[in-house]
Design a protein around this ligand. Structure first.
Ligand SMILES: C[S@@+](CC[C@H](N)C(=O)[O-])C[C@H]1O[C@@H](n2cnc3c(N)ncnc32)[C@H](O)[C@@H]1O
Length: 303
């Protein structure tokens, strides 16, 4: 693990992503160890909603399939990741431990690998549950199934593309008990669906609206500039920059969460192009100051 203070995290962007999450999880279980009281601490849950296999080699195969299924573009940099640890295995090694680990994954074959984690981590076998299904459905039902009075969770949403629905993010915020880390597919998804001309195929529009939870994005992302001189006599459509798109999404999070990290991390490929924003939002009012403090400190190293 790299040092976060005043220093960049090392390695490619998947390393960076997992280092940030790992450091947050450690700080989280430490901070909540004796909270609200040492006698009756919160039941702490780690929820990994796009859990993969436990190893990072999942990305290579799944990326191309997701792309076909979801009209989304290529994964720019699969990277040399065979047998490197993925988020699920990483989380199981965090100390202090969580009380429960929920791994959600759509692919049956990946769920088999996730189940094997119970053998690899026998002391945690009873705390692990693997749920095969669509993350949107599974999370929304999980969020309403519990009272969230004594439950507290960190939820990691790590999709390849634009699979998350805004309704899912809302259901997470409504628990007022979950801290959310989310990969926003800026360069890899949203920016590519927003065509330069402003003519956007209907299925793409629908996906953007489901992802952003509103239809108003078109007017935010496209401005009409009146023609002015002989060089540009006709009006032109000007598309928003990636900065504007990222800020718009972060502001959307602010409308439903108690607190949101002001400046998300930027995960870039080796050509320095932004692939994803690493966004953080906190659901609980009392947890807000410390959670934001830790997350913003970690995100400073991911610019
Ligand atoms: C980027 S990978 C996750 C990587 C993992 N977090 C890690 O660090 O090892 C995305 C995973 O989401 C799964 N997936 C894709 N669509 C899904 C959906 N709608 N619901 C649940 N899982 C999905 C894919 O099969 C893939 O394993």
């Amino acid at each position: 693990m790299g040092k976060s203070k005043g220093q960049k995290f090392g390695g490619d962007w998947t390393n960076v992503k997992l280092e940030v999450i790992a450091k947050y999880l450690r700080a989280y279980t430490t901070a909540l160890k004796n909270s609200p009281t040492p006698e009756t601490p919160f039941h702490k849950i780690y929820i990994d909603a796009f859990a993969g296999t436990g190893y990072r080699d999942a990305r290579r195969d799944d990326a191309s399939k997701d792309q076909q299924n979801l009209i989304f573009p290529d994964i720019a940099e699969p990277g040399p990741q065979a047998l490197l640890e993925g988020s699920a295995r990483m989380a199981l090694q965090i100390k202090p431990l969580f009380d429960e680990y929920i791994f959600i994954e759509q692919k049956a074959a990946s769920c088999v690998h996730l189940e094997e984690l119970k053998i690899e981590f026998p002391h945690l076998a009873d705390a692990i549950s693997v749920q095969q299904g669509d993350a949107n459905i599974e999370i929304q039902s999980l969020c309403v199934a519990r009272s969230w009075k004594m439950d507290r969770a960190v939820l990691f949403l790590d999709p390849f593309g634009m699979q998350v629905d805004w309704r899912t993010i809302e259901s997470i915020a409504e628990t007022k008990a979950i801290d959310l880390w989310l990969l926003f597919p800026l360069g890899i998804g949203v920016n590519r669906l927003l065509t330069r001309s402003g003519d956007i195929p209907d299925p793409w529009r629908k996906r953007l609206s489901a992802f952003l939870g509103t239809d108003d994005w078109y007017d935010e992302f496209y401005k009409v500039e009146a023609g002015s001189d002989t060089l540009f006599p006709q009006e032109r459509i000007i598309k928003a920059s990636m900065d504007v798109i990222g800020r718009y999404f972060n502001n959307r999070l602010k409308t439903i969460f108690e607190g949101v990290a002001e400046t998300p991390g930027v995960l870039r490929n080796s050509a320095n192009n932004p692939l994803y924003l690493l966004c953080f939002a906190v659901g609980n009012k009392n947890g807000r100051p410390i959670a934001l403090n830790i997350a913003e400190h970690l995100l400073k190293a991911v610019r």
